[in-house]
Design a protein around this ligand. Sequence first.
Ligand SMILES: NCc1[nH]cc(CCC(=O)O)c1CC(=O)O
Length: 308
Amino acid sequence: MHIRIGTRGSKLALWQANYVADLLQKGGATTELVMVETKGDKILNKALSKIGSKGVFTEELEEHLRQKEVDIAVHSAKDVQSTLPDDLELIAFSEREEVHDVLISFNTDARLDTFNSSYIIGTSSTRRVAQLKHYYPKIRTADVRGNLQTRMKKLEKGNYDALILAYAGVHRMGFSKYIVEDLSPNKFIPAVGQGCVAIEAAKDLNNDKVAMIRQCVNDKKTEQCLRAERSFLKTLEGGCSIPVFGLARIKKNQIELKGGIISLNGQDLVKQQAKGVLDDGVSIGKQLAERILQDGGEEILSEIKANL
Ligand SMILES: NCc1[nH]cc(CCC(=O)O)c1CC(=O)O
């Protein structure tokens, strides 16, 4: 069986595509990578939240799926919009990497607790900015776009004192030695999907191919967690530009989902958790989102939408 894999061309995207290709080859398939540039790769002078929340890193790949130029598209699950077009679906989720955010700096003494107001942290994520402002109101932030290598270069040039990044990308790109602090995933609750690689396909992709891909790539527990997180995000209508966070974990054979929303200035935070049986992820996610909207999330969300 031959599987054509669509991917972005950044080093992280290629690492992830090769990781999936290896898994498929171990299962006996042959593979080929097709590189596709997305809006998110081309537009580098704007914050992601200003480019638009939907499909910044996925749209062009999705067009290739529709045109049958590729069988699957490999994405960071975090970059996949919560509502997919009707003709496409996520068919597999790779075993999740550690989910937390990390502080990256060439100053080995740098820690969030000891940062003073003269330090600047580079991050373009509205979630990370809001969480920083909430827990460390004195810390200043500045936008930083571009792939991980570009961000590391900007850090090296001294544009920032530190960066906040997802552990997963840092680890995959071999930058772990610059981690000066692992941020607690209970405080800096990650973005939905962080640390997982997701496979998107057209709904009419050949059934045998779908079965093969799931067999080789899908991790059941990760899928159960991701379905819960994505349902949560979908109900909150949060695109990647809205500071929504959500993390599901399996504990004692139950899904435990923590999630919430935070105002852009970090002042208002609504955070809750929900639990349920493993296959109920979608309804657990939806219920948690509804509770959060009722408990003040609705106001935070409409204020954010008015400001973006
Ligand atoms: N939005 C960019 C993005 N998308 C996925 C990752 C890292 C890998 C992952 O979380 O799976 C990153 C970089 C970052 O947030 O530091």
